[in-house]
Design a protein around this ligand. Sequence first.
Ligand code: GDP
Ligand code: MG
Length: 253
Amino acid sequence: MKKQRVIVFLPAHNEEEAIGDVIRRIPRHFHPDVEVSVLVIDDGSTDRTAEAAKEAGADYICRWPENRGLGAAVRRGLEECVRLGADIGVMIDADNEYPPEQIPDLLAPIFTGEADYTIGSRFLGTIRGMKWHRRLGNYAFTWLQSLLLGQRLYDGQSGMRAFSRQAMEEAEIIHDYNYAQVLTLNLVRKGFRLKEVPIRYQVRTTGRSFIKFTAYITAVIPAIWKEMRRPVKKAVIDPKAHVLSLERERHCS
Ligand SMILES: Nc1nc2c(ncn2[C@@H]2O[C@H](COP(=O)(O)OP(=O)(O)O)[C@@H](O)[C@H]2O)c(=O)[nH]1
Ligand SMILES: [Mg+2]
């Protein structure tokens, strides 16, 4: 059987204290037919983010001299995964809030052919340390996406997601500031099958969140509006594109 190439990418901005640990915890050999590489999109960091990533074993580092924004970095991550020949792309934040050990769980619905796009859901899993106002913001934006898509979502702002190759090829992120909502609206409207997977989440203990309430609202709301008004072409999906025998994984472990 041909090996499936998984590329895990981390958008990062000034995460020198956290990124090394995230990279070291990414499971590289969890299935004999899966090969895992790591890509970092360093978006104009002014600290040692890129050096720390390299020391921790990142295979590819894409370094921008200036800060362009998280939406631009995720767009670039998806493009680089396609260019580097990934069958599946995984995105995980570089700030150590999400569990790299659960990447195989996130990939399972793609390997069984049930989904093309998975989101690690904090609200279906466990959450440690999230402030009440962030929790409310997450509920509100997730509720809005559920309403717009006519499909129940639980965590629309998660920083841990996986994509089939076709989903990566066809994904469009229409603003540079953020990707979280517009990417899901884009992919689900195109017919890609989304599944949420419960994950364990722990709020960061280093660095700081880039989210500022007013900037977030004024960038994200118009982008959601713009995305919903754009016509999208339905994708023709091969549900068996990444099917892998997960039985073998159990025998090997
Ligand atoms: N590319 C890029 N990544 C960023 C930027 N700001 C934050 N990040 C990264 O995006 C991820 C999520 O950011 P974070 O500030 O933790 O957002 P929060 O988890 O929603 O509070 C982390 O991996 C950050 O390093 C940015 O301006 N550009
Ligand atoms: Mg974070």
